[in-house]
Design a protein around this ligand. Structure first.
Ligand code: CTP
Length: 415
C-alpha cells in the first residue's frame, strides 16, 4: 500500500511536538524521503527535549524551524510562507497540549502559528498518556479539530512508555505514511473518467505459419500498457486487448490476451460499447493465407512459399463500426514527414486523433522507454517533447478526460 501512490515531489511540513513518540518522527522523515517527498520540520521547544535539532536537520537535509521570534528563521522563511509552501502539514506527535492550542486557535509558538496560518490540509498523529487521551478536554478538542477538517491517524492501543495500557501510542511511521498517501489520493479529486469505458490495444500480433512458427514484430507493448494503466487511474473501466508481451497486466484493467489480428478484432468487438478506443497495438498487416494445421516439414522440395493475405484493420473497423466509440485514437509510426503522413492516416482510417511517433533511426522508440509524439486532431496539432512512455500515457489520458469534460459542458458532438 505504501508504495502504491508515489509521494515524489510532495512537500510535507512536519511539526514535531514534545512527546516520547518524537523519536518515531525521525523514522517518519526517512520513510517519506525514501518515497521522494521533501520534508521540512518545525520542532517545538518541548519536542527539542526529546529529539535534537541536529538529528532532525540531518534527516530532513534542511534547516529546522524552532523559534517564532528568530530573526534568521523569519528572514529565511516566515511562518506564513512556511505553512503555505507545503502540500500537507503533518503533526506527529500531536500532543495533548498542541491539540488544545490548535483547537483554541492559539499562536503562541512557531508550531501553533504555522498551524493557524496554513491553508493546507493538516494530518495529526496524536500521542499521549491514555488518561490524557480519554480526558473529555482532549476528546472535545479532537472533535473540534475533526469538525474543522483536520485528519487523524491513530492513536493505537498498546503499552505506553508511562507503564499504562490503552489508546495513546502514536501510529507507526508506515501507518502515518499510508495516511499521508490517503490524504493525497483523496485530494486528487474525483476521477474524471469514472463511468467511462475504454478499449486499448497493445503489443504485437502473432500470425501463425504453422502450429510452431509465426510472423510477429518487435512491439514491446510498453506504450499501450501504460495508456491502459493511465486511463484506469483516471477512473475508466479499461479493457486491454494485447498480443504477447513481457509485461505484467496493468493494475485496474481487464486484460484479454490474444495472438492474431483476427483474435484482436474479435476481442475488441466483444469489448464494445466503449466511450474511447486507443489502438496502440502493432498489428501485423498480413497473415499467412491458409496457415498449415500441421508442422511444415523439409520434404526436399525447397522452402515453402508463403502466400500472405491482408489482416483486418482494427482501427479502421472500430472507427466505422455501428457502435463506434465516441473518441477513437490511433497511432502512426513514421520515419519522415511525420505530421503529413499522420494527417493522411487519420482521414484514411476514420479515427479522431492520431498519435504519431517518430520511429526514425536513432529514436529507439521501439522497445525503448521514451517516445516523441505529435498529436493530430481535426482542429489542432501538438508536438509533445520527448517523454517517457509513462508520461506520454499520462498526458494522453488527461487529454482524453479533458475532451470528455469539455464535450459534456458544451453538450456537443464528442468528436
Ligand atoms: N492498426 C490496426 N489494425 C491493423 C493495422 C494497424 O488497428 N491491421 C492500427 C494500429 O494499432 C495503429 C494504426 O493503425 O493505431 C497504425 O496504422 P498503420 O497503417 O499500421 O500505420 P503504420 O504502422 O504507421 O504503417 P504504414 O505507415 O505502413 O501504414
Amino acid at each position: 500500500m505504501s508504495n502504491s501512490v508515489p509521494l515524489a515531489g510532495k512537500r510535507i511540513l512536519l511539526v514535531i511536538a514534545g512527546g516520547i513518540a518524537a523519536y518515531k518522527s525521525l523514522d517518519l522523515i526517512r520513510r517519506l524521503k525514501e518515497r521522494g517527498a521533501s520534508v521540512r520540520a518545525i520542532l517545538t521547544e518541548a519536542g527539542a527535549r526529546f529529539v535534537t535539532p541536529l538529528s532532525v536537520q540531518a534527516l530532513t537535509g534542511d534547516t529546522v524551524y524552532q523559534d517564532l521570534w528568530s530573526l534568521t528563521d523569519e528572514s529565511s522563511m516566515g511562518h506564513i510562507q512556511l505553512s503555505r509552501d507545503a502540500d500537507l502539514v503533518v503533526v506527529a506527535p500531536a500532543t495533548a497540549d498542541l491539540m488544545a492550542r490548535m483547537a483554541a486557535g492559539m499562536a503562541n509558538d512557531l508550531a501553533a502559528t504555522a498551524l493557524l496560518a496554513t491553508d493546507k490540509p493538516v494530518l495529526m498523529a496524536p500521542a499521549m498518556n491514555v488518561r490524557m487521551w480519554l480526558h473529555p478536554a482532549t476528546q472535545d478538542n479532537l472533535a473540534r479539530l475533526e469538525a474543522r477538517g483536520v485528519r487523524r491517524v491513530g492513536p493505537n492501543d498498546g503499552d505506553m512508555a508511562c507503564g499504562e495500557y490503552g489508546p495513546g501510542r502514536m501510529a507507526e511511521p508506515l501507518e502515518i505514511v499510508d495516511a499521508i498517501i490517503g490524504v493525497f489520493t483523496e485530494r486528487a479529486g474525483p476521477r474524471p473518467l469514472a463511468g467511462r469505458r475504454a478499449l486499448v490495444t497493445s503489443g504485437p500480433t502473432v500470425e501463425a505459419i504453422d502450429p510452431v512458427r509465426y510472423i510477429a514484430n518487435r512491439s514491446s507493448g510498453k506504450q499501450g500498457h501504460a495508456i491502459a494503466a493511465a486511463l484506469a487511474r483516471l477512473g475508466a473501466a479499461v479493457t486491454l486487448v494485447t498480443g504477447p508481451v513481457r509485461l505484467p497486466d496493468p493494475p485496474g484493467c481487464t486484460t484479454v490476451a490474444i495472438e492474431s489480428a483476427q483474435q484482436m478484432l474479435d476481442a475488441c468487438r466483444a469489448a464494445l460499447p466503449a466511450d474511447v478506443a486507443v489502438c496502440a497495438a502493432a498489428v501485423a498487416d498480413w497473415r499467412v493465407k491458409g496457415a498449415a494445421g500441421h508442422k511444415l516439414k523439409k520434404d526436399g522440395g525447397g522452402p515453402p512459399v508463403l502466400e500472405l493475405e491482408e489482416n483486418p484493420d482494427i482501427l479502421a473497423t472500430l472507427s466505422r463500426a455501428e457502435s463506434r466509440p465516441a473518441l477513437v485514437v490511433g497511432f502512426a509510426a513514421e520515419t519522415r514527414d511525420v505530421a503529413a503522413y499522420a494527417r493522411a492516416k487519420r482521414l484514411r482510417k476514420g479515427c479522431d486523433w492520431i498519435v504519431a511517433n517518430d520511429v526514425g533511426l536513432g529514436t529507439q522508440t521501439f522497445g525503448g522507454d521514451a517516445n516523441t509524439v505529435h498529436v493530430i486532431r481535426a482542429d489542432a496539432e501538438e508536438s509533445w517533447p520527448t517523454m517517457s512512455k509513462d508520461a506520454v500515457a499520462e498526458r494522453l489520458a488527461r487529454a482524453i478526460a479533458d475532451h470528455f469534460t469539455q464535450n459534456e459542458s458544451t453538450q456537443g458532438d464528442t468528436r
